[in-house]
Structure formats: C-alpha cells, structure tokens
Ligand binder design. Sequence first.
Ligand code: OGA
Ligand code: CA
Ligand code: FE2
Length: 453
Amino acid sequence: MLRTRLRPGERPCRSGRLVSAFHATRATSGQEHATQSRDAPSSNQRLESRRPPSKPVFLRDVSLSRVEGIRVGHVQSLSLVPGKVHEMRTLSLKPLLFEIPGFLSEDECRVVMQLAQLKGLMESQLMVQEDQEELARELNLSPEEIFNLLDNNQDGQLQIHEILTHSRVRDGIWLTPENLREIYAGLNVDKDGNGLLSLEEFRLLSNDAFQRFLLQRGVERSQLVRNSRHTWLYQGKGAHQVLQDIKARVTRLTRLPPTLVDLSEPLQVVCYQEGGHYHAHHDSGPVYPETACTHTRLAANTSTPFETSCRYITVLFYLNSVDGGGETAFPVADNRTYDEVSLIQNDVDLLDTRRNCDKSNLRVKPAKGTAVFWYNYLSDGKGWVGEQDEYALHGGCMVTRGTKWVANKWINIDPDYQRQAHYQQLVSQQPEDEDDGLTLSPDMQGTDIHQDL
Ligand code: OGA
Ligand code: CA
Ligand code: FE2
C-alpha cells in the first residue's frame, strides 16, 4: 500500500519487490562508445538476418523545432500550464541547455517519488559486467590488437587516460590514475617508469590483471561509473494522471510532435543515496553507419553490430532539493573547443564527478520542481537530427549530504529519418500503402508558447 505521508526526500531509496524482469536491463558504462545500450528499457533481441522487403521511402513532412537559446542568461516566458507562467533561462549554447524553475509542483514531485518507491528501485549498475566480458571473449583479440585499439593518438605508447577510458567502458569500474599506477607498480610493468606503456610493457599486463587487482582489493559501489538506483514509470493511457500531465507538459515545452514523445522511453526515476554519483557521460551515442538506435532497431530490420540510445533531448527533473552536493555538472559546456584527450589529464580527470565537479564549466544545483533540458544532438540544418553534440557531456556530482531524487524524460528520435518513420508506421499499425510518410503528426508545429522577455 502506498502510504500517504511519505517524505521520500528524507528517506533512503528502498528497493521494492515489484521489480519486473523487463526492466532489469543492466548498465554497462557511462560513456556509450557505440556499445550496447546502457539502461534503455528494451529487450536485446536480435533480428534474424533475412532479405529485407523493399522498404517504402518516406518523404519527410516535419521539421523538428528547436528551442532557441539566444544567449546565456536569456529568459523566455512559457505558458505550459493554464493560469501559470514559467520562466526558462538559457544556461549554455553548447550544449543548448535550459533551466525552468517550478516546472513540477511539489505535489507532482512527491507523487513521482512515491510511485517509484511503490514500484521498487533497482541498482542502476550491477557489479559484474557479463555482457562486456562476453563481447571481449567473442572477439578474442591479441594483445597487439588491443594495444592498437587503445592507442588513440597512435603514438605507439599507452598513456594513462587511454587505458582508463578502456577499463571504464569495458568493466564499468571507475579506475583512477592512482589505481592504475598502483597496478603498474604491483605488477612491475612500467619498467622505465615513465607512466606510459609500450607494447612490450603492455604484454606484461595479462588479460585479467585488472580483474585480479580489483578482486584483491574489492570493489565498492563508489568505484562504479554510476552509483544510484532507478526505476521506470510508464506515462501512457491508464498511467497516474500526474505522469500523463508531465508528458503533455514536456511535449509543449519541446514543441515536438506528440507522437515522438508518446513513443519515447518511459520516465526514469533515479535515487542517489549519500555518497551516490554518476560520472560524466553522454545520454546518447554518436551517429555511425554501423550503429542502430535501440528504439528503432527491431523495426529497422538491420543486423548492424552495435546499438545505442538515440535520445534527442534529455529533460531532467529535480524531485527534491539536495542537502549537500548532487549538482548536475557539464564539464565542457560552452568550451571554446572540444578536446577529448584533455578531458582526462594524468592527474585531473574532468569526467570524475566524485573529485572534479568544481572544475566543470557549469553546475546546476538541484532544486525541487526545477527541470533542465538539453539537446544531445545538433540539428542537421534541414529540420532533422544531426551529429551528436559532444558538449552535452554531463554527470551527477557526489551527494555529500542527504538523498537526491531526479527523473529523466528522454525523447527518442532516430537520426536516420527513414528508420524513425518506418518504426512509427509499424507501431501505429497503419497499412503501408495508405500512408506516404505523414506519420509524424505535426500537431504542435507553429504553436508558439515561447516568448522572449
Ligand atoms: C542521468 C544523469 C544527472 C544527475 O541520469 O543520466 O545524467 O544530476 N543524471 O543526476
Ligand atoms: Ca598513445
Ligand atoms: Fe545523463
């Protein structure tokens, strides 16, 4: 039974018993370098490869509207709810990022936390990463092949950050530069002590050197990429009115066709205990030809080797105000340039939200009811989704006091228009010949609810 006077903000996030297996997909790692999906509520079925039927070609009939940022600090007023005006402030242009105080009412925040607790939250990341291990075994790479894979700048040496990035993606374990040096010293691999590994030195690191190191000293939750619990709440017909209202408000806010929002992932509710964090990551994957979006994959009928989440927009809601820490950090927001290599220097790792949030370009402090939203992709200039926006890198800083509750509403759009249209046509079950691509109803187009102040 749902107790009425819960105050979820002040209690630890308990895991309930109503967790369905369907949601128990596991986190792999924060940074999704075209690997498997991190935490999408999807099945991982692969389609049998068979001859694709000749696919209809969809003429694009919508232009995705993008909210304009104008300049940092710019404020626009919005009418999202009858009788209320919201103010939306531009926080950065790269990524295009906004903050809207009071987007949710106190009651709405409470209901969402209560529904999540009723359903039950599960660990966002498990301690073992079987998928990744299996992938590595299947590929059966030689040390040379791994070395070359990791040597990003192809200088014939492995810098510390080149190894760190790898171990985080592979194991979901957040090794620090000190951990690595400890491993090098313990195994006496860095013979010349210059902090770089040559191929010869790298060979001395046996395949399971990292695993054995971690086994020996034990892994704590704080050493994972993500240390939180979460659950998913459906927002469709029959869902609690608050959940349906939030979805409608998000549709108005983003000015996207309602169909797109309706077909997106459910609401993800996340709870961090004191000490919880989420190291910097992208919510979406990059656009590569060999990568398919998780949400359209089954409909796309392709056998591309990788899948990734395609989340055009992230709307992040703060469900409580946090007593200490827990900011959302955007390490490179509005940086003049994006330089992936300098993100992890030998001693300062900007991706590490337990240590280096203070060095992030931008931090948003959680305040109950506030929503922030940003675009994870640029525009292609023709009204559709373009390249991934690398500046959208973000993470949750460590909670130093109390508990932190947030919710994510992701809006899924396939950067490949044909795939998105085909997917929508299939799920809307319209006969193929009755439709010439008008599946994205442009209901909300032209409704101008955004006014400059
Ligand atoms: C996420 C996320 C940030 C935060 O859940 O994907 O980035 O502040 N959360 O909790
Ligand atoms: Ca190198
Ligand atoms: Fe995120």
